[in-house]
Design a protein around this ligand. Structure first.
Ligand code: AHR
Length: 518
């Protein structure tokens, strides 16, 4: 009976069954289902001209730790190790006042400007070419966001020509004159950022105005390079805004953006974890919305002079992370430089599990941000170190397989009704290896977990990788990394499932291999 109930539940992308009276957990994986590809771009990063995110973080001409290009070598190595596939730049809110033309050509002639959004001075030495160079160094695709507030549609079009132009034209030639013969081939472009945000120095708080101006900008950009992929601003808290953007712009838009910041209202761990869970429900309405438009646009007037969207419209979570308003330890602009503790690293794992479980609709996601500000990597004059959140950001990229499998999780709950076990499953392209990412969110209780695969598959548990820390409060510093990684070879075959004890406060990657039925 229980087995049939579980099978029925696969209609949903994941099912969490909470049993408050039970101490053990169960995870059920049906191997007969059709997996959904996890977009490799799901593991992207974001950098912005905000405090010491770029200037003084990624880039520091004055530091003895930087190379001749001004890139901090220690930071570059850490970002390379993250293996991020996509890097979003230059903002964020700052795009509303950022002029890309200030950031090209000889560095000494670039204008210095006040950063009207976040304060400080931008010397524009880390401009378009430096950003693209950085992306090449870390192996990421560049993702540029255009200013639709204080730049013109023509400026956006010129930026595409400067980056991607191959002909004998002004902006492409200027790029060559600046030393870059080959086009940068920037494929991913965002049109504005959080344009609905009234306090920002934008001018598109009205969705109709946003749509009208985006159309104009996209036309001019696509006439420069019809192959570029466009991300438009959606709104996770205002479905009407998102609906309007999708219904009117879907022929020329590849991704609809939303921002998911967990901002817990108090400092209890359960509040933090439940605030991540609260995003779960957003996916269903967004999925319904994305399914209202055809997978491929057929009927598109030839007079646009560029082709319409040819692949399904996907979601871009182009800013996500944990914005700790409770932290009294922050420094820098808006106190955005603060330590992330191990609980917050577990919450990042929860986010990534949720993204994998919704892989069918997510085209890309970029964690906000990368260095110093809401950061995975912190710098000081003497060196840099990884925050706790660096661990899941790196590990999910490293250990997850390429396709998501829906699962059923039967989890015990804490006294304040928080699910203790959170999980996602992924399967390799050759369908031989399955990796379960399982988090035990409990502060002090280990949880015995039964893992079974449907259809009486014989599987071998190959290995378990465990990340944990001395306590959920623990943080990393320049002097000490408190996160431990343990790799255990298991090589346990079984037809009847597996029983694993998951340590309290741990992120686990369990890799199983199918054993061929001979
Ligand atoms: O990441 C910091 C800020 O958060 C970004 O500039 C903005 O887009 C968001 O509100």
């Amino acid at each position: 009976m229980k087995y049939y109930l579980l099978l029925f539940c696969f209609q949903l992308s994941v099912l969490n069954i909470t049993s408050q009276n039970k101490k053990d957990a169960e995870i059920f994986v049906d191997l007969k289902q059709k997996p959904n590809e996890i977009s490799p771009l799901l593991y992207g990063q974001f950098i912005e001209f905000l405090g010491r995110s770029i200037d003084g973080g990624i880039y520091d001409e004055k530091s003895v730790l930087s190379n001749e290009e001004g890139f901090r070598k220690d930071v570059l190595k850490s970002v390379q190790d993250l293996k991020t596939p996509l890097l979003r730049y230059p903002g964020g809110t700052v795009v509303k006042i950022y002029h890309w033309k200030d950031g090209i050509g000889a560095k000494e002639s670039r204008p210095k400007r006040k950063n009207l959004i976040w304060g400080g001075i931008m010397d524009n030495h880390f401009g378009t070419a430096e950003f693209v160079k950085y992306c090449r160094e870390i192996g990421a695709e560049p993702f540029l966001v255009v200013n639709m507030s204080t730049d013109s549609p023509n400026d956006a079009s010129d930026w595409v020509e400067y980056c991607n132009g191959t002909g004998d034209t002004y902006w492409a030639n200027l790029r060559r004159l600046h030393g870059y013969q080959e086009p940068f081939n920037v494929k991913y472009w965002g049109i504005g950022n959080e344009e609905y945000a009234e306090p920002d120095a934008g001018k598109h708080q009205n969705v109709n105005k946003y749509i009208e101006d985006s159309w104009h900008i996209i036309k001019l950009m696509k006439l420069q390079d019809p192959s570029i992929k466009i991300t438009l601003v959606g709104n996770a808290d205002d479905l009407e805004w998102s609906k309007k953007v999708v219904s009117e712009m879907h022929p020329v838009c590849d991704f609809l953006a939303v921002h998911f910041y967990s901002m817990p209202s108090d400092s209890k761990y359960s509040t933090l974890f439940q605030s991540v869970d609260s995003f779960n429900e957003k996916f269903d309405s967004i999925r319904t919305l994305l399914n209202t438009v055809p997978a491929k646009v057929q009927d598109f007037p030839v007079w646009y002079r560029f082709p319409p969207r040819s692949e399904p419209l996907k979601l871009a979570i182009d800013e996500w992370g944990i914005w700790d308003m409770q932290s009294n330890k922050g420094t820098g602009v808006y106190n955005l430089e603060y330590p992330y503790n191990w609980a917050q690293a577990l919450a990042v794992g929860k986010f990534l599990n949720m993204f994998q479980r919704n892989a069918d609709i997510i085209g890309l996601a970029t964690w906000a941000q990368t260095v110093n500000v809401l950061a995975a990597i912190m710098t000081t004059e003497k060196g840099s170190y990884h925050q706790t959140v660096y661990t899941p950001l790196k590990a999910y990229r490293q250990y997850s397989q390429q396709n998501n499998l829906n699962i059923v999780v039967n989890t015990p709950a804490s006294k304040d009704k928080m699910n203790l076990i959170d999980a996602a499953a992924s399967i390799s392209n050759d369908r031989k290896e399955v990796t379960l990412a399982v988090i035990n969110l409990s502060e002090n209780e280990s949880v015995k977990t039964k893992i079974s695969f449907g259809n009486l598959e014989k599987m071998e548990l190959k290995n378990q990788i465990i990340y944990t820390a001395p306590s959920l409060d623990a943080i990393n510093t320049l002097e000490k990394n408190i996160v431990t990684e343990t790799k255990i070879k298991k090589n346990i075959p079984s037809k009847n499932g597996f029983e694993i004890t998951l340590q309290s406060g741990s992120i686990n990657f369990l890799t199983f291999e199918k054993i061929d039925k001979k």
